[in-house]
Design a protein around this ligand. Structure first.
Ligand SMILES: [Cu+2]
Length: 293
């Protein structure tokens, strides 16, 4: 099917998160979409790699891009759907060139709004500012997309897009705060440097990965997208925004079978973490909840 429905229209917001003001344009089915500009604090390897759009880091720079999500049909749960993400400058002109970062032109995180579902995809660049990807959605309800890209010569941008899967929504299960979980043949333990995680405070998150069959630290971890691991964090919220999104980078020089991240959480709340690791070509996604006071 070549005709793409306009599922979502555009809003461009100021980067200053607390002053977000939405300016929906006249498009059909307007939902909230925002683009936030990310500022790298440092390109030094030892930096904390916290890409969170926190209001303390950013000035009043305007977002430089806008994003539009198009879906090929009404979304049916568990069916592969072709999605297009159109990226334009603020005048509506397609952005032609992007820089590769972390080995890809775009990193796309899709979550269900209850944070039960997580997907990390790498859409294909089709030219003319348009990225294409296939995705499937497990159940009815709202979904939020965090599209992370770098127009050539500009800083990293995060566009937030939303869509709805029609149907009857099922209540999310209770939050599970276990610190040790098994994902297929890998046991993952999450340890924190602080007994209580406080908003705004730096904390080291230590993922200890063991082979579930012999309880030995993993020796077959390979780089994933150029790093020891990736960590996406989202704050539980009734309406997810770029301010709820943190993408942390792994620290170097950690013990065998361990991947550490340093980050801080912008505000109190419940956060879900998805650590992603490459075990000999197989990606493990280990999810945990953290309570931040
Ligand atoms: Cu990615």
């Amino acid at each position: 099917m070549n005709r793409f429905l306009n599922a979502i229209a555009i809003t461009t917001t100021l980067v200053l998160v607390q002053a977000c003001s939405s300016l929906p344009k006249a498009e059909e089915k307007v939902m909230s979409v925002s683009t936030h500009q990310h500022e790298e604090r440092s390109s030094n390897e030892s930096h904390h790699g916290n890409h969170s759009t926190s209001s303390t880091v950013h000035g009043e720079k305007k977002a430089l891009t806008q994003a539009k999500l198009k879906v090929s049909s009404v979304i049916t749960p568990n069916k592969n759907i072709s999605l297009l993400i159109d990226l334009q400058d603020l005048n509506g002109k397609a952005i032609a060139k992007f820089d590769t970062f972390q080995e890809k032109l775009m990193h796309l995180i899709i979550v269900s709004d209850d944070l039960q579902f997580f997907s990390h995809l790498h859409p294909t660049y089709k030219d003319n500012g348009q990225f294409q990807v296939e995705a499937s959605f497990p159940k009815a309800g709202g979904y939020t997309f965090f599209s992370d890209y770098k127009p050539t010569g500009q800083s990293e941008q995060i566009s937030v897009l939303k869509t709805q899967v029609p149907g009857i929504t099922i209540a999310a299960p209770e939050i599970d705060i276990k610190r040790s979980k098994t994902f297929n043949d890998t046991q993952v333990n999450l340890a924190l440097s602080e007994p209580t995680v406080k908003a705004g405070q730096e904390v080291t998150l230590m993922f200890k990965l063991q082979d579930a069959t012999n309880n030995q630290p993993l020796t077959d971890l390979q780089p994933y997208l150029g790093e020891k691991g990736h960590l996406v964090i989202l704050r539980q919220s009734s309406s997810l925004t770029a301010a709820d999104y943190i993408h942390a980078h792994a620290l170097n020089n950690t013990p065998t079978g361990q991947v550490h991240f340093m980050t801080s959480f912008p505000q109190a709340g419940k956060y879900k973490l998805w650590g992603q690791f490459n075990r000999n070509g197989k990606i493990i996604t280990a999810d945990f909840w953290i309570n931040v006071v």
